[in-house]
Design a protein around this ligand. Structure first.
Ligand SMILES: [Fe+2]
Length: 134
């Protein structure tokens, strides 16, 4: 799979959310590049850790944002986030155990992010845009 390109379909038009989503796209592309270039394990582990940290911060921020706007489907959205964090932790643990980072894993990360932003995130964006003061 090629590098993940940013396009309009990924935009929420909420500036701080778009900025964080762009950061996620960049980190996943960094990881992809590490894989293609056969970068040393320690560096790959560092990028994975940075991705996990960034993902956690972003999810917390997004969940606070939904909470502030009283978005009713927050629990389901949070479950999707939690599942992804669990997957990331597993990927990192397996990597530390000696499993190589495969293109399947990169495809999963890219696919999840694109699907989540275009689908799940757009639901709260539409809700917030439809509420007064949103
Ligand atoms: Fe989200």
């Amino acid at each position: 799979m090629a590098l993940l390109a940013w396009d309009e379909s990924l935009e929420t038009r909420i500036p701080h959310i778009d900025e964080q989503h762009r950061g996620l796209v960049k980190l996943i592309n960094d990881l992809d590049q590490s894989l293609q270039e056969g970068t040393a394990g320690l560096l790959v582990s560092n990028v994975l850790q940075e991705l996990m940290r960034y993902v956690k911060d972003h999810f917390e921020d997004e969940e606070q944002f939904m909470l502030r706007h009283a978005f009713p489907d927050l629990p389901a959205h949070r479950r999707e986030h939690d599942l992804f964090v669990t997957r990331l932790k597993d990927i990192h643990a397996n990597f530390l155990d000696g499993d190589a980072l495969s293109s399947n894993i990169l495809d999963f990360l890219k696919g999840w992010l694109v699907h989540h932003i275009r689908g799940t995130d757009q639901v709260y964006v539409a809700f917030i845009n439809g509420t007064p003061g949103g």
